[in-house]
Design a protein around this ligand. Structure first.
Ligand code: 5GP
Length: 210
């Protein structure tokens, strides 16, 4: 079994409940680290700098890109979002499974750079439930909600590129399911290639001794 952590991308429509899912994963299990993104979006009520996001200006965002400080970045509904590189590299080296809660364009950039990344897509059971959840948040205007629904329709086209689709109907079941999917990924052949090589050598040793 490898000691290096897995890079896990969790995408999903705005309102899919992926934020709550990630929060519950971190509470429930100790093998996860969550990457905090950088954004040019303004904080929503209750959001804290350094906890929800690193809230920065356009200039600060651009200078971080120029310093090669982001693993990926994308524009989403008029704002920029990006993943700071250093924290992710450090946590993976520590053996943590690092979760990036990012949108589709960023997810595909990550998969291209690091093909072994596990791409998970979280969706509510239907578009109706999605709209209800977005409206129920009470933090967005009707215009923003409609924009996010249109964006969801675009994002749905990329769902087929993901490794696993997670239907978030019952939260607790969804937490357990997601954890199982990530932990199972630790034993895919590409991640246990050393074990396979060692086994093969040992097996050859046995055959030679016959
Ligand atoms: P929100 O404004 O609702 O917090 O986030 C909008 C979208 O941006 C969500 O789909 C969220 O997952 C995504 N996002 C958050 N951080 C990042 C990031 O670092 N990179 C990318 N590409 N998307 C992000």
């Amino acid at each position: 079994m490898t000691n290096k952590g897995i890079l896990v991308v969790l995408s999903g429509f705005s309102g899919s409940g992926k934020g709550t899912l990630v929060k519950r994963l971190l509470e429930e299990y100790d093998n996860y680290a969550l990457s905090i993104s950088m954004t040019t979006r303004l904080p929503r009520p209750g959001e804290e700098h350094g906890k929800s996001y690193f809230f920065v200006t356009r200039e600060e965002f651009t200078s971080t890109i120029e310093r090669d400080g982001l693993l990926e970045y994308a524009q989403y509904c008029d704002n920029f979002y990006g993943t700071p590189k250093a924290y992710v590299e450090e946590q993976l080296a520590n053996g943590k499974d690092v979760i990036l809660e990012i949108e589709v364009q960023g997810a595909l950039q990550i998969k291209e750079k690091f093909p072994e990344t596990l791409l998970l897509f979280v969706t509510p059971p239907s578009a109706k439930v999605l709209k209800e959840r977005l409206a129920g948040r009470g933090t967005e205007t009707e215009e923003v909600i409609n924009k996010r629904m249109r964006r969801a329709a675009e994002e749905a086209d990329s769902m087929a590129l993901y490794d696993n689709i997670i239907v978030n109907d019952d939260l607790e079941a969804c937490v357990k399911y997601t954890h199982n999917v990530i932990q199972s990924a630790h034993s895919t052949p590409d991640r246990v290639s050393k074990l396979i090589v060692n086994l093969k050598e040992e097996l050859n040793g046995f055959s030679e001794g016959e």
